[in-house]
Design a protein around this ligand. Structure first.
Ligand code: GLA
Length: 758
């Protein structure tokens, strides 16, 4: 064997001397493959774990198979539906006859910079001696089961030259086919190593084509989808806003393989960063036509100086994969979220009346006491006091003052929130409150007392977003302050049952006086500081519901949702707009987490507004006293219906039946696990002449052999339903032929309950 290799070597050197790099390159591949072949030949009798060997990371339906080659290089050789015979994974690479992989590391499981990799790296570092190269080789791996459904595979990689290592973590949730992947970076060099880039994950997919579905937006225009084939080069999804990070672009996305996946067909990968700050996801289609996805914290302005023997743990990148379309993938993700991530995902939620759009800043104790009565009268669980209750030197009567001064305004609330809390109890309702504790108004006592707590560039003009600035949560003193803002609310109002945590500004002029010479660590340390505060709050108040609000949907992600029970998808509560926003969010987040309020936005009647808000966690933000008698009666009855059906909406499986982007009807269904109870929401989204549900809408997920009845609920007082509630249909009929809710321009929203006929 060695003679053959020597001949290859001499030929390669001759080609190099002749300066024919291209042929030399081709030749080196030939040589590599030939050597592999020869090694394969000669090593048939070696132990089972002799290199190359595979490390399959498997869930119930899928597998990502990693391979360690004879040099210890860790690569991805398979990603997709699980094969029955695991022994066949090692045959996968030979089935692909794509262009040469010159570097031999294009499919690296965690691409490095400065050595062989020719593409975007997952990690790039500068060692203590100024060297920028990194090469990571396999050292060991282990698989640790964490109960029946979860197991974690960790793989340790080390640089052969520098004392630098990375442990890749793959936490697999088998039933939901979800993987959380992150890395832990360490070194034992003498001095600090600078992490120039430090991704959480590096996937490598093979398909004939790739379709990316991504989202963009702005205030009141969140979650606008765009779907297009990926072309060669890098497509980056990222944010540099610091806080309110998703305002223009969230990290959630989907990639369909081979062809554009539909709701019920096709292979599709869902991805999302679990990080509430700057993220960056690069999707790179390489010269081999394979897709590299590198996801992590955004390294923009963030080289991180890592001390010796200190771990840098990246946040998880979350993904799931389905070969049965977008609907299946989303149900898996939703069920994973309820079971493992979202705070109290399997629990209950509170319906509420919020005063924001009913009063804005214009209220006092007696007006609020009236609203407490309205809360009871309407039949919801809780009254939520919004912005405007605090600030004395600079009262919060508009959005340009007092953030940071979290003491009750003595004029508006002479008896404090304690009085409201006990009045709420007397009225038989609960009490909740709005805060925006990460922020500070330039017109505030906090700003005057602690200018060093405020993020701003020394010597430069201040820039405001909604007239406010952001506090430096990388500073432990500020973390303490924010914790005490929340803690003191519970001390003053011990029965406080809900918090709406807002975050309306992005970070301009990112400079932290606490970070001193380490400014480039600020963006990372801000988010870590935020999580420290939230963890501290949750240690003391484990389950108090908290809404993650960010002037709309500017912040939701699964790291934050460990601490929050719900999120606010958008300040845009026009129900027509909300159908689209809630629809897109539902691919990634379960209905129980979606706070939907009925407001006066939009032109639709109250029934339409309530019907749309019911597809999630129902709330109201209206002047109850202004409702006409029939409207009030309708709302009360609808809340009663909601209380009957909320369990199915919150904990059931969601099926998208009719896509509002594709026709004039939107229809969404929720079904319990037993397939015996469900609700279908149907809406007219285009109001041109004669629009309506001309064709039946096919239900999904039912048991074909069971019999069902459908009945219309949420009828407006004085109207009758044309839906025959006594008719019995088989599940097969409802899924094959469908059901017509008779949506038209006079019946623009129709809610149906489904009950198994026994
Ligand atoms: C943000 C929120 C609103 C409301 C206001 C109060 O815009 O999204 O719901 O709480 O702040 O200022």
């Amino acid at each position: 064997m060695s003679t053959v290799i020597r001949i290859f070597h001499i030929t390669y050197s001759v080609l190099k001397i002749l300066k024919n790099d291209f042929f030399a390159m081709k030749f080196i591949h030939l040589k590599r493959n030939a050597s592999l072949l020869l090694i394969g030949f000669c090593s048939h009798a070696v132990a089972q774990d002799a290199r190359p060997f595979t490390i399959p990371v498997e869930s119930n339906n899928n597998a990502m198979v990693l391979q360690v080659d004879e040099k210890g290089q860790l690569s991805t050789i398979y990603f997709g539906k699980k094969l029955t015979h695991a022994a066949e994974y090692k045959l996968v690479p030979a089935a692909y006859k794509q262009t040469d992989d010159y570097s031999g590391v294009s499919n690296a499981a965690y691409s490095t910079a400065g050595t062989k990799n020719l593409f975007e790296p997952a990690i790039a570092v500068t060692h203590t001696d100024g060297n920028n190269s990194l090469d990571l080789r396999y050292v060991s791996h282990k698989v640790t089961p964490q109960g029946d459904d979860v197991s974690e595979t960790t793989i340790l990689l080390k640089d052969p030259v520098y004392a630098f290592e990375v442990t890749l973590h793959y936490k697999v949730y088998k039933a939901s086919d979800v993987i959380e992947q992150w890395s832990v970076i360490r070194h034992q060099e003498k001095g600090n190593v600078t992490l120039q880039k430090f991704a959480s994950a590096n996937l490598y997919l093979k398909a004939s084509r790739y379709w990316l579905k991504q989202y963009h937006g702005d205030w009141a225009k969140e979650m606008q989808p765009e779907e297009a084939p990926l072309t060669h080069g890098i497509k980056t999804l990222d944010t540099k806003l610091g806080t309110r990070a998703n305002l223009f672009q969230p990290s959630v996305f989907m990639v369909s393989l081979d062809q554009r996946a539909t709701e019920d067909e096709g292979s599709v990968l869902y991805g999302a960063m679990e990080w509430s700050g700057n993220f960056r996801i690069d999707l790179e289609l390489d010269n081999l036509d394979n897709l590299r996805i590198i996801a992590g914290i955004n390294n923009y302005a963030s080289p991180y100086s890592l001390k010796t023997n200190t771990a840098f743990e990246t946040p998880p990148f979350l993904y799931t994969f389905s070969t049965q379309g977008k609907g299946d993938a989303s149900r898996k993700l939703q069920s994973w979220a309820r079971n493992y991530k979202l705070l109290d995902g399997k629990g209950e939620r509170l319906t509420l009346l919020n005063n924001w759009e009913a009063t804005y800043f214009n209220f006092d104790e007696s007006r609020l006491k009236g609203l407490l009565k309205d809360t009871k009268d309407l039949g919801v669980d809780l009254f939520l006091l919004d912005d405007g209750w605090f600030g004395n030197k600079y009262p919060r009567n508009a959005d340009n003052a007092a953030l940071g001064d979290w003491q009750e305004n003595r004029k508006k609330l002479p008896n404090g929130i304690a009085a409201l809390d006990s009045s709420a109890q007397q009225n038989g309702v609960k009490f909740g409150i709005w805060i925006e504790p990460e922020m500070v108004s330039p017109k505030s006592e906090l700003y005057e007392k602690h200018p060093d707590w405020v993020l701003k560039q020394p010597g430069r003009e201040e820039h405001y977003f909604r007239h406010q600035l952001v506090l430096d949560l990388s500073n432990p003193q500020v973390q303490d302050f924010v914790f005490h803002v929340v803690d003191s609310l519970f001390i003053k109002a011990p029965k406080l049952s809900y918090i709406k945590w807002d975050c309306n500004a992005v970070i301009y002029n990112a400079w932290s006086s606490f970070q001193k010479q380490q400014q480039s660590q600020f963006y990372v340390e801000y988010v870590r500081g935020l999580y420290k505060v939230l963890a501290r709050i949750r240690a003391k108040y484990p389950l108090v519901p908290m809404m993650l609000c960010s002037g709309g949907g500017g912040r939701v992600d699964y790291n934050a949702l460990q601490y929050f029970t719900e999120y606010w998808p958008s300040d845009n509560t026009d129900p027509l707009e909300r159908i689209y926003i809630q629809w897109e969010n539902s691919y990634f987040y379960p209905a129980i987490a979606s706070a939907n309020h009925v407001t006066d936005w939009g032109k639709q009647p109250i029934k339409f507004r309530v019907d749309v808000a019911m597809m999630g966690k129902l709330g109201f933000d209206i002047v109850v006293k202004d409702l006409k008698e029939a409207e009030r009666k309708f709302c009360q009855e609808a809340i009663g219906n909601y209380n009957t059906w909320k369990d199915v909406i919150w904990h059931g499986n969601q099926y998208r039946l009719a896509n509002p982007e594709e026709g004039s009807i939107a229809a969404i269904m929720y079904l319990d696990e037993k397939k015996s109870k469900g609700v279908v929401f149907n809406y007219l989204v285009k109001s041109r002449y004669d629009e309506g549900s001309k064709l039946p809408i096919r239900l999904k997920g039912l048991d074909a052999a069971k019999q069902y009845r459908l009945k219309e609920i949420n009828l407006y007082p004085g109207t009758a339903s044309p839906v025959p509630s006594e008719q019995v249909y088989s599940g097969e009929f409802l899924m094959r032929v469908g059901f017509n809710p008779q949506v038209n321009t006079t019946r623009t929203s129709v809610v149906l309950e489904i009950n198994e006929a026994i």
